[in-house]
Design a protein around this ligand. Sequence first.
Ligand SMILES: [Zn+2]
Length: 67
Amino acid sequence: MPIPIQIGDIIETKKQHPCGAKKFIIMRTGMDFRMQCSGCQKQIWIERAKLEKRIKRITRNGENVEF
Ligand SMILES: [Zn+2]
């Protein structure tokens, strides 16, 4: 089952971005995801499979999303 990730979700990853931030905002979903780093504002394209492996926590409207 794919993890139900939606635009606007805040993803916390196991591995931090080079800038030190661990939270990313989902900008676009599909085969690949585009997300923006909460630290340096850089936007990253990432494959779903890769992203799913890195997810530690998903927050939507301030609440944790179970996955
Ligand atoms: Zn960053």
